[in-house]
Structures are given as C-alpha cells and as structure tokens.
Ligand binder design. Structure first.
Ligand SMILES: C[S@@+](CC[C@H](N)C(=O)[O-])C[C@H]1O[C@@H](n2cnc3c(N)ncnc32)[C@H](O)[C@@H]1O
Length: 406
C-alpha cells in the first residue's frame, strides 16, 4: 500500500502515559482531546502558551519546564513531538522508534510513525478523518460529517433501541432556521411529531412521509383536559416504541406548559429530553429591530403573560409593581387584554407616552409591527386588526428603532 495510507485505530489512553514535547499552538490544540481521554500526560517544554499553562495549573497535565532529554519516553505509550527545534525532534523521534512507541510529529509528517486525524464528536459518535497529506481536506470532511449528523441531513439512524423516549423540543418563534441544531436532528430522527399551531410549521413539511405528524390542537380529548390528552398521546406513542418529538413554539418552558408534559412523562416512567428553544419574548422584538435591553436605556426586561386581565381575581401578576419598573416589559398572549393592561400600567404610574410596539407573527414572512404609546395602544391594536400571535414591547427601547414604524 502507499506511504499515504494509515491504518486507523482508536487509542484507549485512560491512565496511560503520553509524552508531549513542546507547549505551543499545536500542543494547545492536541491536549484537550488527550485530557478528555484520561491520558497521564507529561508535558516537556521550557515555555508554554497561556492556555497550556492553565491546563498545567489545573492539574490536567504534568509540566516539566525543560528541554527534551534522551530517556524521556520511558514508560510512554504514545508521544507527540510539537517543538520547532529540528535536532531535538529528530533525536526524540529516534528514541520513540527505538522504543517502538507510536510518534506524531508536527514538523515532519513523513518522518512520523502516526498521524493525528481531524476529529469531531456528535452525540456519542467520534469522527476521525485522515487524508494523508491534506489536513485542510480532512478538517473539511470532518466538519461536513459532524454538521450532517448534528442537523440530521446525514441520515444515520440508530439501530440499538434506546427504549421509549420523548423529546420536548423548542422550535423557536416561527422562522424554521431558528430551531436549535439538536432540535432539528431529533426531528429528523422522529417517528411521531406532536406539534402546536405556533412555532416553525415549515419544519414539518421537510419531514419524510413515514413520520406521523399530529396536530396537538386536534387530539380528541373526550373526558380529559386537552393537556392531559396531549400527555397521554406522548406516553402512548413512546410506549409503542416510537421516537416521539413534542415540537413547541419558542422555548418549551416559557409559557409552554413544557414542565407539565415533563412531569407526566416522568410519572409514566418515560425518559424525556428537553431541548431549549429561542423564545419569542426576546427574538420577536429583536426581529422587529427592538433590543430588549440597551446600555443607558434599560437594565432589565420582564416577561409577563397578558392572558388574564389585571382586575381578574385569578391574575398572578402584580401590575402595580410592574408599573414602577423603568425597564422593558414584554407581554405575551396579551393582544386581547392590551387596552386594560395599558390602562392599569398608567393608573399605577407608568407614563402614558411610554412607547409600545406590537409585533405580530414575528420572524415569519408576514411579520408586522404596530407602534403606539401606552395611551393609544388599546385603540390602535383594535383599529389595525392586530391578531395573535403577537408580542407587545413596552419601554424606551421601542423608541430606539421606531422612526420607520410610526
Ligand atoms: C403560549 S405562549 C408560548 C410562548 C413560547 N413558548 C415562547 O417561548 O415563545 C404563545 C405566545 O407567544 C407569543 N409568540 C409566539 N410566537 C410568536 C411569533 N412568531 N410572533 C409573535 N408572538 C409570538 C405570542 O404572544 C403568543 O400568544
């Protein structure tokens, strides 16, 4: 076989001595994987980069501040030569060869007895790529494989059954690009997806035909509450051995009833993974050009549900306290009650001319923004026919970007 062909192998280095010569950029890049593998690392170098020094200080490597000496490889299983001293490298390489220790050389790949592959990890899979003399191509292939596994575009189904399980996945505010990489991968692996009306519905169109998509709003619930019926559907499909994703808008734990589902699954003994999502409370204002905080303008933002009117006895919100805050208020589920909420804030002392923006269907192609003040927002929302889903932003941050929206 050619000189460029290497036999791939996975070294199990836990507790085994690895000697690294040199503590510059190359060593800095290689050390984390050796540390992660649990190797007993002896680092020999008169000086080190700040990052390598930190590893030594943290006790992750034993650092001897000196140059290489004959005999340093005694007891080693593997050595890495990364110094820029050609004579020391040649002598060290000769010692490794004489002792039959696999040896990587950063200065001269052709003289080395081992090569470091470009490596990556995704969900328990290690990818290692060797191309002989083209490390950039190795890195590019590694990146493509890791990326494909992460986002699910490289289909690699698991064949060992992991038992019933459900993933509660935050799908982000609506734009299908705003789901996390992990969420997208779990969706690509799902057999059953239980989806809400809110959230990135476009993602559902990408699913292969065998995936059963269940509209959570249409699950028949007879004598159960709707939420209980959804919980039961998740449990039943998981028990039937299906890989189940509960796809929710925004983040599952921000007014998403995610915890109720997690608790129901725990009670049923079904493991559940929660994948955070980008919440509309921050991203929808952002998509409309409104930062929820801004230096010198707002040092806090408060996210509140507006689904219950301020004078409703079931309300858990202290509107008087909120009215006293100077920062940004972000209201979700507040379109219907916005007139009463704005009036309560003004009654409790927030200035009537405080700028307000209402952003409907943020991050989607039909996003729109309506600007008002606390005094006018109730009327304006009605006059302009604003419909849910919409996020209401109240505070001076709105004025930072409102010129084009009045
Ligand atoms: C039941 S809550 C769920 C919130 C979600 N878990 C999150 O983190 O974004 C639904 C409310 O979120 C807001 N919302 C969600 N997606 C939105 C979007 N794309 N544009 C505007 N508001 C949105 C609306 O206020 C809507 O009434």
């Amino acid at each position: 076989m050619s000189e460029n062909f290497a036999y791939p192998v996975g070294l199990r280095l836990s507790g085994r001595r690895v000697v690294v010569l040199g503590a510059g950029q190359v060593a800095q890049r290689r050390l984390p994987a050796l540390i992660a593998a649990g190797a007993d690392i002896l680092l020999i170098s008169p000086s080190a980069t700040a990052s390598v020094e930190a590893m030594a200080e943290a006790g992750e490597v034993r650092w001897e501040r000196r140059r290489y000496q004959e005999g340093d490889f005694e007891g080693a299983w593997y050595v890495l030569i990364t110094t820029d001293d050609p004579e020391a490298n040649a002598a060290a390489s000769a010692e490794a060869e004489a002792r039959r220790i696999w040896c990587v050389r950063s200065d001269d790949a052709a003289a080395a007895s081992a090569w470091t592959p470009a490596t990556g990890r995704s969900e328990g899979v290690t990818i290692a790529v060797l191309t002989g003399q083209d490390p950039r191509r190795s890195a590019a292939v590694r990146d493509a494989v890791v990326e494909g596994l992460r986002d699910g575009t490289l289909a690699a189904p698991r064949h060992r059954s992991r038992g019933p399980r459900v993933a509660l996945v935050g799908g982000g505010p609506g734009d299908p690009d705003l789901i996390t990489v992990r969420g997208r991968r779990l969706l690509a692996e799902a057999d059953v997806v239980v989806a809400d009306r809110l959230g990135p519905r476009d993602l559902l169109d990408e699913l292969p035909p065998h995936v059963e998509v269940i509209d959570a709003a249409k699950i028949p619930y007879g004598r159960f509450m709707a939420q209980e019926a959804i919980n039961n559907a998740l449990i039943e499909h998981a028990r039937a051995g299906k890989s189940v994703v509960r796809l929710k808008g925004g983040d599952p734990f921000v007014f998403g009833r995610g915890m109720e589902e997690a608790e129901a699954l725990a009670e049923a003994g079904i493991p559940c993974t929660v994948v955070p999502g980008i919440s509309s409370s921050i991203s929808v204002p952002g998509a409309a050009g409104i930062p929820v905080t801004h230096r010198g303008v707002a040092h806090e933002f408060t996210v509140v549900s507006g689904h219950v009117a301020p004078d409703d006895p079931s309300s858990l919100v202290d509107w008087a306290a909120l009215a006293r805050l100077r920062g940004t208020l972000v209201l979700l589920m507040a379109v219907e009650k916005i007139g009463a909420i704005a009036a309560a804030l003004v009654a409790h002392g927030r200035a009537a001319d405080t700028p307000v923006a209402v952003v409907q269907e943020g991050t989607t192609p039909v996003q729109r923004r309506v600007d008002a003040t606390l005094a006018t927002v109730g009327e304006k929302v009605a006059a302009e026919g604003v419909r849910p889903p919409a996020v209401v932003v109240i505070g001076e941050v709105v004025a930072l970007s409102s010129r084009d929206h009045r």
